[in-house]
Unconditional design. Sequence first.
Length: 222
Amino acid sequence: MRMFVLMLVAAAMTACAGGNATKEVVVTPITEGEEIALVQPDLEAGTTINMALKNRCSSREYSVEPLSLEELSGVMWAAAGVNREDGHLTAPSALGLYPIKTYAFLEGGVYLYDATAHKLVRVAEGDHRALSARQEFANNAPLNIAYIADMSVYEGHNMPVEAVKSLCGMDAAGYAENVNLYAAGNGLKAITRGSAQSEEVLKLLNLCPERYALILAQTVGK
Ligand SMILES: Cc1cc2nc3c(=O)[nH]c(=O)nc-3n(C[C@H](O)[C@H](O)[C@H](O)COP(=O)(O)O)c2cc1C
C-alpha cells in the first residue's frame, strides 16, 4: 500500500502504571481513487466505552478539516466492520440478513464499503456530499454516510414491506449508533440524520427504489 505516513507524535500522553508514556498517533492523509484501502482499527485507541457514552451528542457544526485514513477506517469499521472470524459485523442485524449497505460520501466521490476486504470502492465520482443531506452543515463536512437497504434480502420471508422497512431502520440505527459512539470515543463529532435527498441519491447510484431505500444518513467530522 502506498504509505505516505506523517508521523505525528501528538503529545498524546497516556498515563500508565509506571508513569507517562507517549503514544504515537499515525496520521495518514486519505488519497481518493477507485478504491481506498482502509487500515485496521487500533483497538487500543480511544476512550473507554463508558466515557464515549458520557460524551455522545449530536453535532451540527463541522470544520472542513479532512479525516485521516486512520479515522475514516475506524468510522467504517465501527459502522459495519467484520469483527469475528465468522464474518459477522460490529453491528447486529435482524435475522442476520444484513440488508444495509454503507456508502461514504467524500469530497472526491461516493464509495461503497466492502466490509470483508475492509476497503471503500468508488461508485460515483465528484462531490455529492450535499445530496446526502438537507442541512447545510453536511455539505462541507469531511464525511457523510448513507445507510441504504437492499430489501431483496427479505425475499422469501413473506413479510409486508412496512415490516421490512421497519427492520431495516432498526439495523441502520445500530450502525449509526456504533459510529456515534466511535466518534465520541475518538475525538470526532457525529450526528445521525433522517434527512437526506433520498430519491436523488438512489438515482445517482443507479439503485432502483423498488429494491433499495435510503434508510438513514450521518455526518462525521471535526
Ligand atoms: C433516527 C434519527 C434521525 C435524526 N435525524 C436528524 C436530522 O435529520 N437532522 C438533525 O439535525 N438531527 C437529527 N437527529 C438528531 C436528533 O435531533 C438528536 O439526537 C436529538 O435532538 C437529541 O440530541 P442528542 O443526540 O445531542 O442527544 C436524528 C436522530 C435520530 C435518532
